[in-house]
Design a protein around this ligand. Structure first.
Ligand SMILES: [Zn+2]
Length: 308
């Protein structure tokens, strides 16, 4: 097992600055050209002039000139956070509720749901998808954005498995769950997370996770997300993987009478699916490589976790 770094050991920021320097040209180019994510044209009708709700927002990625400019084209986006005191709280119409159990929200009350970099912070992400489907009208869409580990401090951690995510759902795991704490403390790359401080500060923050919700419980691959939406009875319409670290998935609710064998999900999971060819990171079907045997420099130089 990898030894957890000493709590008083200084953390070198060199890897973070290197990462930022490598990512900056891509980010600046995307801003300068108002680049949208792969497949946004196909996604746009689900948001244009429609009313939705965002969990854990608002999020810059949904603003004008960013990868998924939903805010400028939608009629209204309500905001839902687990507390009214979150530092990113907005003045938009807001709701206070848990993302994975928003029981106060009525069935079939929205046309779309947004969640950017939220699902990895939830102990029970499958329950969240089920709840988000419940509050959507038939034909409505869920758009989730999660980090691809190859571009973040999670790069040493293994991808979570669907069987584990399903078990969390069956056990009705709550936000107090700390099952993944030992793995996070062992494999989190503090050098790529300047806001986390030294190991002791990071450990204390993780132990308070039920209050601060900063810990990444699970590590998602695009394929895992597709399997989760399939389990939730939704049809995945688009997958995009974008620098510096975004996995973007759009899924639509299905009528209970629709033949589930006719969904687009098997095509999305094919090894030659178009989205895989556009992805800047390795996104093979059933990818299980933990990357834990690679140093950060290896990640950039070998192309095993990051294509060049
Ligand atoms: Zn779990």
């Amino acid at each position: 097992m990898r030894r957890i770094s000493n709590s008083t050991q200084p953390v070198s920021r060199y890897p973070y600055y290197l990462w930022a320097a490598r990512a900056l040209p891509h980010v600046l180019f995307a801003r300068a050209t108002s680049k949208t994510c792969f497949g946004f044209g196909q996604m746009e009708p689900f948001f244009r002039d429609r009313i939705g709700i965002e969990f854990g927002g608002p999020s810059p990625i949904f603003t004008r000139t960013r990868l998924i400019p939903v805010y400028p084209i939608s009629r209204r986006v309500d905001q839902c956070n687990f507390s009214k005191d979150v530092i990113w709280a907005s003045t938009r119409e807001s709701v206070v509720a848990e993302a994975a159990s928003p029981s106060g929200l009525k069935d079939e009350s929205y046309e779309f749901v947004l969640a950017s970099h939220v699902l990895e912070h939830l102990a029970n992400p499958l329950r969240a998808l089920m709840e988000w489907k419940r509050i959507l009208r038939l034909g409505g869409a869920v758009l989730v954005v999660v980090p691809h580990k190859a571009g973040t401090f999670d790069h040493r951690r293994p991808f979570s498995t669907f069987s584990h995510i399903e078990e969390d759902y069956r056990r009705n795991v709550t936000e107090a769950d700390l099952t993944h704490l030992p793995e996070v403390l062992e494999l989190h790359d503090l050098a790529l997370d300047p806001g986390a401080g030294m190991m002791e500060q990071f450990r204390e923050r993780c132990l308070m996770n039920a209050s601060v919700r900063a810990m990444h419980h699970h590590v998602f691959s695009p394929d895992l997300l597709v399997h989760m939406f399939d389990y939730a009875g939704m049809d995945v319409l688009n997958v995009a993987v974008e620098r510096p670290y975004h996995i973007i998935v759009l899924a639509q609710t299905l009528s209970p009478t629709v033949d589930r064998t006719q969904t687009k999900n098997p095509n999305i999971l094919k090894a030659d699916a178009e989205w895989r060819k556009k992805a800047p990171f390795l996104c093979e079907p059933n990818q299980t490589m933990p990357c834990s045997h690679l140093s950060f420099d290896d990640l950039f130089s070998s192309g095993r976790c990051l294509s060049q």
